[in-house]
Design a binder for this molecule. Structure first.
Ligand SMILES: Nc1ncnc2c1ncn2[C@@H]1O[C@H](COP(=O)(O)OP(=O)(O)OP(=O)(O)O)[C@@H](O)[C@H]1O
Ligand SMILES: [Mg+2]
Length: 246
């Protein structure tokens, strides 16, 4: 990301942000509420048009490309508020996230005989659910899952894209410590298995500092620090940003 900027009225939500995520790298993105973290994701993931700046993905300029195009190029994203389709089963939700699946078309197809490709998608979806420990809930409505389980389902939907870069918006929010630890382990496993890079927004700063290779810090739309976890721990501007916000 180079010089990314977005204002809402007078609020500079994202203010000239430069940020790099290397292949297979795990980068944390922290900062007080309203710092602009989610808006930055929206700009990168094609959910919002940027006022200025550019995004390059694997060497190609993808600024302003729509989300489905970015997905094909290996970018997956999860949302701060989980977006599973409550009236569909967990398995259906994961199947629909696979590339080339379109809700209305695939659903009747699932009730009929499956084509070879659909069978392959289902097999991968079941594998993914097993990997996340959600296999027992495959046939339950997504709406019946707990908050933490929905976070895992989001991760599963993102995994179906076999991405090169995952943007995770608060994957541990509202999740109990045991499940949070499991999610972190799953993320590490996805990284080891698929060589996927991660950019993770998270308010559990201790988990971020423990897990990430590098941590970027935002405050008032600006990136105020970008360094190894040990350097972030002792960075005065980071401390001040949090204390100021408090
Ligand atoms: N669609 C929008 N319209 C108007 N203002 C917005 C919009 N989205 C975000 N903002 C404003 O932009 C700023 C950054 O919001 P953003 O959601 O990016 O923060 P955040 O760092 O993700 O915060 P949190 O940690 O609470 O999720 C805030 O001041 C917010 O009110
Ligand atoms: Mg946010």
């Amino acid at each position: 990301m180079r010089g990314l900027a977005k204002a809402f009225g007078g609020v500079r939500a994202v203010d000239a942000v430069d940020l790099d995520v290397g292949p297979g790298e795990m980068v944390g993105l922290i900062g007080p509420n309203g710092a602009g973290k989610t808006t930055l994701f929206d700009l990168v993931a094609g959910a919002l048009p940027a006022d200025a700046g550019s995004v390059r993905l694997r060497g190609e300029d993808v600024t302003g490309k729509p989300a489905h195009d970015l997905a094909q190029r290996g970018l997956a994203r999860t949302f701060q508020i989980a977006r599973a389709l409550a009236r569909m089963t967990v398995l259906e939700n994961v199947c629909l996230a696979a590339p080339g699946q379109h809700g209305e078309r695939v659903l009747p197809a699932m009730l009929r005989t499956w084509t070879g490709q659909e069978r392959e998608v289902e097999a991968r979806a079941r594998e993914t659910l097993e990997f996340l420990g959600l296999q027992e809930h495959a046939d339950a409505y997504a709406g019946s899952l707990s908050g933490g389980q929905r976070k895992l389902l989001e991760l599963g939907r993102a995994m179906m894209l076999k991405p090169r870069l995952m943007l995770l918006d608060e994957p541990l929010a509202g999740v109990n410590p045991v499940l949070a630890q499991r999610i972190l382990e799953r993320i590490a496993a996805i990284r080891a298995l698929q060589g996927c890079a991660f950019l993770v927004i998270e308010h559990d700063v201790e988990s971020v500092l423990r897990t990430c290779d590098r941590v970027a810090v935002m405050a008032h739309g600006k990136k105020i620090a970008d360094a190894a976890p040990d350097d972030i721990r002792v960075d005065r501007s980071v401390l001040e940003a949090y204390l100021g916000a408090a």
